[in-house]
Design a protein around this ligand. Structure first.
Ligand code: NAD
Length: 237
């Protein structure tokens, strides 16, 4: 696809806040516990080693809940921007849900993996996964049993595509962080990379993070992001 290189290269980083209005709780909101456990402790390789059935059950539940949820106006607005903007645009998401895709996004870089996929720890194969996994599930590729895990990046593991996305962020002229607390590294570092290259950095959130951004747009993403996309497309058509 050819892009108009005189327009800003927009890099968008989304977090759990963009899906909050679809009914998927953020980790740090009131839904930060599952059966009384801290989710940030459950989403770890240590927890999976110690209690695989508990971790599988947690993700099975999230997968089934996700299938009942719908994308919201913020997902749709970002998808519209990706499709109608004539300049270059990169969408990075920390979310493991598929609401950007279902909202119409043609390309999403899921740095923390995808809930609707499984990965075999024996052969590495990644497959679509909409059903429950358990400690006896068989890999569709190598048929090993008990080796499938959710294709998600747990705390302490390395996010995906970092090299490519670092390069894209270095090339950005406009960087927008939407609904992310900026507490999870290395994702939280993208804004620093963008700033170091003089990109204009905008934050959309209910509350401002730490003042790294040039502009803070407060409010729910369904409203603020829709208005932003309208104004961007209005100015660049
Ligand atoms: P986070 O839970 O740490 O922060 C969410 C941010 O969104 C907060 O700063 C909050 O103020 C903001 N927010 C909440 N509702 C909002 C709204 N309506 N509009 C705008 N902003 C809103 O999430 P994070 O920064 O994405 O990182 C935490 C980790 O949690 C990530 O690794 C991510 O993979 C994972 N996670 C993913 C999902 C998902 O896939 N939907 C859900 C929960 C957590």
């Amino acid at each position: 696809m050819t892009h108009n290189s005189t327009l800003p290269h927009i890099v968008i980083l989304t977090g759990a806040g963009v899906s909050a209005e679809s009914g998927i709780p953020t980790f740090r909101g009131p839904g930060g516990l599952w059966e009384g456990r801290d989710i940030t402790e459950l989403a770890t390789p240590q927890a999976f080693r110690a209690q695989p059935h508990v971790v599988q059950r947690f993700y099975n539940e999230r997968r089934q809940i996700l299938l009942t949820k719908q994308p919201n106006a913020a997902h749709a607005a970002i998808a519209r921007l990706q499709k109608e903007y004539s300049g270059r645009i990169t969408l990075i998401s920390q979310n493991i849900d598929d609401l950007h895709e279902r909202g119409g996004s043609p390309e999403v870089w899921h740095i923390h993996g995808e809930l609707l996929k499984s990965r075999c720890t024996h052969c590495g194969a990644v497959h679509e996964c909409r059903d429950d996994l358990d400690t006896a599930s068989a890999c569709p590729a190598c048929h090993s049993t008990g080796k499938l895990r959710p294709h998600v990046v747990w705390f302490g593991e390395t996010p995906l595509f970092l090299e490519e996305l670092d390069a894209r962020t270095r090339d950005a002229t406009l960087f927008a962080a939407i609904g992310t607390s900026g507490l999870v590294y290395p994702a939280a570092n993208f804004v620093h990379i963008a700033r170091s290259r003089d990109a204009r950095c905008i934050e959309f959130n209910l509350e401002s993070s730490d003042g790294v951004f040039d502009e803070f747009i407060p409010g729910p993403a369904t409203q603020t992001v829709t208005a932003w996309v309208d104004s961007l497309l209005g100015h660049t058509h």
